[in-house]
Ligand binder design. Structure first.
Ligand code: BGC
Length: 262
C-alpha cells in the first residue's frame, strides 16, 4: 500500500509517496523551502507544490512542527508563524489539496512511529524516547511501543532557557559551536531527560543523526543506550504516511482523518 507523506520542517517542506510495507519512500522525495515567515498560506502552498509534483490524488499524511491535537488543531508554533495556533490544520491542507483526505501529526511523533516500526526502535520495549535535533528539538515517547503524543521535551528548561535554544542543531550553527561544544550541551540535556524519564533507549534523530560518528563519543555518562535514528531525514515522511494509513500497530493514538468538510 502507498500513501503520500509530507514533512513540514523549519527549513524545508519535503514529501514523497511511501511504500508502507517497506517503510521507505517509493520515489525520490521532492523538497521546497519553507517560507519565512512560515504563514498558513505560504506553508499550505508549499505542501500543494510538493503533492502536485507527483500528481498524487490519494490520502496524504502530514507532519507539523508543533502540538497537533487529536482533532488536528494546532496548539503551539515555536518555529513557525504564531497564526498557526488554533488553526484546524486538516481542514486547511485538505482544502488546499482539492479535498484530498489528510491526516496531520506532530513531526517528532511521526518520526518516532517510523523509527519504532522500521528503524532504530524496531522490536524495542520499555521506555523509548526519540529526540530530533533540527531547527528545534522534537520528542516522541513510547512505553512498550505505545506513543504518548505531543510530549514537547524540546521545551524543557536547560541552563535557564528553553533546551532547544541551546541544544538544537540550529543553535549549533548559529553559535558556531564545534561538535564537542555542542555535544556537551546535548549531554547536559540528555542527562536532564534521563533524570526525569529513565528511558531504556534514546534514539537521536533529525538530519544530524547522519553525523553521529562526530559527536556520539562525547555523550558519555548517560545510563540509557543511545543510538542514531536509521531513517534519518525520511522518518517524518514515512511516519506521516503510516499515521494516515492507520493500519500499523504503532499508530494507536487518537488522530482525526478525512477531508476538509467530511
Ligand atoms: C516544537 C515541537 C516540534 C519540534 C521539532 C519544537 O519547537 O514545539 O512540536 O516537534 O520543535 O520540530
Amino acid at each position: 500500500m502507498q500513501i503520500f507523506g509530507v514533512d513540514i520542517g523549519g527549513s524545508g517542506i519535503k514529501g514523497a509517496p511511501v511504500d508502507l510495507d517497506k517503510g521507505d519512500v517509493s520515489q525520490k522525495r521532492f523538497k521546497v523551502l519553507t517560507p519565512h515567515p512560515a504563514t498558513l498560506d505560504g506553508v499550505a502552498d508549499g505542501v500543494k507544490q510538493v503533492v502536485r509534483r507527483f500528481g498524487w490524488s490519494g490520502p496524504v499524511g502530514l507532519t507539523f512542527p508543533g502540538v497537533v491535537t487529536a482533532k488536528s488543531t494546532i496548539r503551539s508554533a515555536a518555529n513557525v508563524d504564531k497564526t498557526w495556533i488554533g488553526t484546524d490544520a486538516r481542514a486547511l491542507f485538505s482544502e488546499r489539496l482539492g479535498g484530498l483526505p489528510v491526516t496531520v501529526v506532530n513531526d517528532a511523533d511521526a518520526a518516532g512511529v517510523a523509527e519504532m516500526r522500521f528503524g532504530a526502535g524496531k522490536g524495542r520495549t520499555g521506555t523509548v524516547i526519540l529526540l530530533t535535533f533540527g531547527t528545534g528539538i522534537g520528542s516522541a515517547l513510547f512505553s512498550d511501543g505505545v506513543l504518548v503524543p505531543n510530549t514537547e521535551f524540546g521545551h524543557l528548561e536547560l541552563g535557564g532557557t528553553d533546551a532547544e535554544q541551546r541544544a538544537s542543531s540550529k543553535a549549533k550553527e548559529e553559535a558556531g559551536l564545534s561538535w564537542e561544544q555542542w555535544a556537551n550541551r546535548v549531554r547536559r540535556y540528555l542527562t536532564h531527560v534521563e533524570m526525569l524519564f529513565s528511558p531504556n533507549l534514546i534514539i537521536v534523530g533529525g538530519g544530524i543523526s547522519r553525523d553521529s560518528d562526530k559527536f556520539f563519543h562525547f555523550l558519555d555518562g548517560i545510563q540509557a543506550e543511545i543510538v542514531p535514528a536509521q531513517l534519518h531525514n525520511d522518518a517524518g515522511i514515512v511516519g506521516a504516511a503510516m499515521c494516515a494509513a492507520r493500519t500499523d500497530p504503532f499508530v494507536k493514538f487518537s488522530v482525526t482523518h478525512g477531508k476538509a468538510h467530511g
